[in-house]
Design a protein around this ligand. Structure first.
Ligand SMILES: [Zn+2]
Length: 266
């Protein structure tokens, strides 16, 4: 099997995304409404809680400074799968709108971060529509989420199926924002579009000019004022890719918060 290009893009480096946590305020959780819903029967299952404990604590070989976000994203995936079924496999090469990090499916996709929720699939289609129509470039994905299982995510935050890494634009090859081929205007347009998307909650990318752009600043302020904030940060390891997080499905988010309120993971 052809190894993917991830290592050359650096997005598998551990620890680079673990220093930030960002959870939006939600209405108070009503535990009665959660546990009484029939499709939440799994919450009564002792095995489920054992699984939660297993997936939520940071293993010794892994470096994640923010244990809460590690647990949060891991539990969110378990909950998603209980409610909606397995994460989906990225459909590679879909109408050439987005380009995965290898041309063909490997025989065994479980070791690769190529899984996502149905919601993210829809979001991906919206975003690729923009990059195709407005920028006339493909979207190049470098990481999504690993298949669930014992050996889960090398990334600390890529656990929920709602997270992705993509190359900066024009995305024709691995590049950083310092490269000559990097197109600032294109990335500016993309960043403004992305931050204005109401379901985007977190973006890490390091081009300092983007952070100084007045339109970018006003989009962030408007979302803050509207009670739907988006976090846009420079984080070590994000010169060569955008790290993008989308809002969790509201039921998944609610149940994840409920579970976290029941167990001390620290
Ligand atoms: Zn990432």
């Amino acid at each position: 099997m052809q190894p993917m290009q991830l290592s050359s893009e650096g997005s598998l480096e551990s620890g680079s995304e673990s220093d930030d946590v960002f959870f939006q305020d939600l209405p108070e959780l009503n535990q009665d409404t959660v546990v009484n819903k029939p499709n939440y029967d799994f919450l009564e299952d002792e095995e489920f809680w054992q699984e939660v404990k297993k997936i939520a604590s940071v293993p010794g070989w892994k470096s994640c400074s923010n244990t809460e976000s590690y647990a949060h994203f891991g539990i969110a995936r378990l909950v998603y799968e209980k409610i909606y079924g397995d994460l989906r496999l990225l459909p590679f090469g879909n109408q050439k709108r987005y380009v995965p990090f290898f041309e063909e499916y490997p025989e065994d996709t479980t070791p690769y971060e190529v899984y996502l929720t149905t919601e993210l699939m829809k979001r991906l289609n919206e975003i690729t529509r923009f990059t195709k129509q407005e920028l006339n470039v493909p979207l190049t994905l470098t990481s999504l989420t690993l298949h669930s299982g014992e050996k889960h995510d090398r990334h600390c935050r890529h656990r929920s199926g709602t997270v992705m890494d993509i190359r900066p634009f024009p995305a024709t090859r691995p590049m950083t924002w310092r490269d000559s081929v990097y197109d600032y205007q294109m990335n500016l347009r993309f960043t403004r579009f992305l931050l204005a998307h109401k379901d985007v909650t977190v973006v890490f990318f390091n081009d300092p000019r983007l952070h100084e752009d007045s339109v970018v600043k006003s989009i962030i302020q408007e979302r803050q004022d509207a009670g739907n904030p988006v976090l846009f940060r420079q984080v070590a390891g994000h010169d060569n890719h955008y790290h993008i997080e989308f809002r969790l499905d509201s039921e998944v988010d609610l149940v994840t918060r409920y579970i976290k309120s029941q167990v001390d993971f620290r």
